[in-house]
Design a protein around this ligand. Structure first.
Ligand code: NDP
Length: 275
């Protein structure tokens, strides 16, 4: 029987995950079935149980179920523990459910592809929601020398940063009073979804600043458009992060990491489809 995987979300019709994982399977010569499953908002756990009974080997989890997936697991990776959210589930023969969070690794992969080596970089992370939570630990381990976290609701940024007391180079600042010089500014807010902008000062963007918006779409995101208008060196959206996190999930399930060439061509193909 061919091993079965799926992505669970609500809504889910828009998901690119089946396209991405089918391409990974071809690239690595693995045979898998990958589908998308619309789980009822109050029926995520039942949907997962049914999938396991039907022989499911693993799953991706997207909005709004990442926290519910975290609670469902009986084994968690360090990244999942830090993020308190799970986007990848591995179902074992012994009935255990292992949870991981590959979003941050996908982000690091794409930052490196887009802006080069992260060693010595000063980074500003805007936002303190689920995506920021998944990004912080991988960012702190990526070779950067400073990380400032700001958020519309300052207390959330402050609370998030206190979880990383062991690291001397992370701090929280108020979003409209951020000070410092940044090589990379990452927008992990959902503001771009409604064409809005986080209220950071335009003076933070210089001709040396690279800007990254985790959101992606056919057009430049509102944040990236604004960053270019302020004179940013480069901008990138989150499509590569999406493909990068999927590649890490695939590796957890099949033990093989899809090639960089495959990931790059997927990013180009999905971007064409978005147009
Ligand atoms: P959450 O709902 O958990 O968090 C939303 C964050 O955005 C909060 O920090 C919130 O601030 C902030 N925010 C919302 N509206 C505004 C606004 N108008 N101005 C300033 N800040 C605002 O969402 P997620 O963290 O899960 O997702 C955030 C974004 O990241 C989404 O666009 C999502 O699509 C993207 N994403 C992309 C991925 C990829 O693979 N490319 C993976 C995961 C997420 P406050 O706390 O004050 O409410």
């Amino acid at each position: 029987m061919i091993d079965k995987y799926a992505v669970f979300g609500n809504p889910i019709a828009h998901s690119k995950s089946p396209t991405i994982h089918s391409a990974f399977a071809r690239d690595t010569k693995e045979e898998i079935i990958y589908e998308k499953i619309l789980a009822p908002v109050d029926g995520f756990e039942d949907a997962i149980t049914k999938f396991i009974i039907e022989g499911g080997k693993g799953a991706n989890v997207t909005l709004p179920f990442k926290e519910k997936a975290f609670k469902l697991c009986n084994k968690l990776s360090e990244l999942a523990e830090c993020a308190k959210a799970v986007n990848t589930l591995v179902f074992s023969e012994d009935g255990s459910i292992q949870g991981d969070n590959t979003d941050g690794l996908g982000l690091i992969f794409d930052l490196k592809q887009s802006f080069g080596d992260l060693t010595g970089k000063r980074v500003l992370l805007i936002g303190a929601g689920g995506a920021a939570r998944g990004a912080i630990f991988p960012l702190l381990q990526s070779g950067i020398i400073s990380l400032v976290v700001c958020n519309r609701t300052y207390d959330k940024a402050k609370k998030l940063v206190t979880e990383y007391n062991d690291f001397s180079y992370i701090e929280a600042q108020e979003i409209d009073k951020v000070q410092g010089s940044f090589d990379i500014i990452i927008n992990s807010t959902s503001a771009s979804l409604s064409g809005q902008l986080p209220t950071i000062s335009s003076s933070l963007i210089t001709a040396k600043t690279c800007c990254y918006d985790m959101m992606y779409g056919a057009e430049l995101t509102a944040f990236n458009q604004w960053a270019l208008q302020q004179g940013a060196k480069r901008v990138q959206d989150g499509l590569g992060m999406l493909v990068g996190q999927a590649a890490k999930s695939f590796q957890l399930w099949r033990g093989k990491l899809p090639s960089n060439e495959c990931q790059k061509s997927l990013i180009a193909n999905i971007r064409k489809q978005l147009e």
